[in-house]
Design a protein around this ligand. Structure first.
Ligand code: GLN
Length: 380
């Protein structure tokens, strides 16, 4: 039967962060940057709080933010979105919830790729959707036509996907995205594309939005997050972009979920998006350096690290590192015995999980990363 929230545990992210707070462990579990966020964006939020309205902004979002987002996506990703096709939400999770509420009818099948972000399945099931999960296989996690075709039925209506992928740090290849687009067009699916990690793609690679693929402009909801772009995860400012017929439905769901999002935060994000792109590139370079620092330190300490091309996460491979424990056991042991919190990859599966990988967050200061590496080195 369908799980109900009563039977569900607290999310792994809150669980691990709460344990890190209790034990004083270094928290490389839940994904958030250690720094305060860009000073100019924080200042803009503070100024707007004191000088601009604190009453309800327009339901679809401040026009300044919607315009700034349209410009940002034109510049960064070559997209032709109009402000009217962008709806501001209280974080990307609300955008996912609103999209599912708006577009899934009871009994509709929703295609997803595992590992999958932990909010997806409970939301899909609570709107009456039927999850069809295609498991990707480590270490490459490649998307193949046969596996997807086998999971699609006449009832499949939605593809809910994440690119780049949390927790693996995988960036889908052009050919994989073309395949997904082709399947969406061929089977008349709407793609909900969670692209919150779009500004954290490393090694000089571009982010390729699914909405830019042939046939996808009219059937994609592109979801993004200011928390990720500006390293301010607590702000919960997100958005969803879609062609007008879909955007109209999304707005109907959003109006009864949160209705609006704090106007000063929307204003500050709009200002930040208007600044020259150089700082975004610098931020990305800094995260890439942090990824490389954590990976190198862990490798030196005897861990085998899975390459990560994006996000704030990399994974260690336990058996390859000579550790005979499953991911949950390892995470429970290191939080108590080494003082480091991490996330077991099995938390990203509804069933039959991969259990040999552990996710670590690298969006931290050098000092924090070095200390975590030292602690993990002595645990071995
Ligand atoms: N996206 C964050 C992560 O993957 C968690 C966000 C949350 O805890 N809701 O760590």
């Amino acid at each position: 039967g369908h799980p109900v929230y009563r039977d569900m545990p607290t999310t792994i992210f809150e669980h691990m962060s709460a344990r890190a707070r209790e034990t004083g462990a270094i928290n490389l579990g839940q994904g958030f940057p250690e720094g305060p966020g860009p000073q100019d964006v924080l200042q803009a939020a503070a100024d707007a709080l004191l000088t601009r309205s604190s009453q309800y902004p327009p339901m679809p979002g401040l026009i300044e933010l919607r315009t700034a987002l349209a410009d940002h996506y034109a510049r960064r990703q070559g997209l032709d979105l109009s402000p009217q096709e962008i709806i501001v939400t209280s974080g990307a999770t609300e955008a996912i919830a609103a999209s599912l509420l708006a577009l899934v009818r009871p009994g509709d099948e929703v295609l997803m790729l595992a590992p999958l972000y932990d909010a997806y399945l409970p939301l899909v099931e609570r709107v009456g959707g039927v999850a069809r999960v295609v498991k990707l296989t480590p270490p490459d996690w490649r998307v193949t036509r046969d596996a997807l075709e086998a999971a699609i039925t006449p009832k499949t209506r939605i593809l809910l996907m994440n690119n780049p992928v949390n927790p693996t740090g995988i960036v889908l290849r052009e050919a994989e995205l073309a395949l997904l687009a082709d399947l969406c067009v061929g089977h008349d699916l709407i793609a909900l594309c969670d692209e919150v990690w779009e500004e954290t793609v490393y090694d000089g690679l571009p982010h390729r939005p699914l909405i830019g693929f042939p046939g996808m402009r009219e059937r994609t909801v592109k979801i993004g997050s200011a928390g990720k772009i500006f390293s301010v995860t607590g702000w919960k400012v997100g958005w969803m972009c879609a062609a007008p017929p879909i955007a109209t439905l999304l707005a109907r769901a959003h109006q009864f979920l949160t209705f609006t999002t704090p106007p000063n935060l929307q204003w500050a994000v709009a200002q930040g998006l208007g600044w020259p792109d150089q700082w975004l590139n610098d931020q990305r370079a800094a995260y890439q350096a942090s990824r490389d620092r954590l990976a190198a330190g862990l490798i030196k300490a005897g861990y085998v690290v899975q390459p990560s091309g994006a996000t704030w996460f990399l994974s260690i491979d336990l058996p390859a590192s000579g550790i005979a424990m499953d991911d949950v056991t390892f995470c429970n042991r290191i939080i108590d015995e080494a003082g480091v919190a991490a996330i077991p990859i099995s938390a990203f599966y509804p069933d039959d999980p991969v259990t040999h990988l552990v996710r670590l967050c690298f969006s931290k200061s050098d000092a924090t990363l070095d200390q975590a590496i030292e602690r993990l080195a002595t645990f071995r």
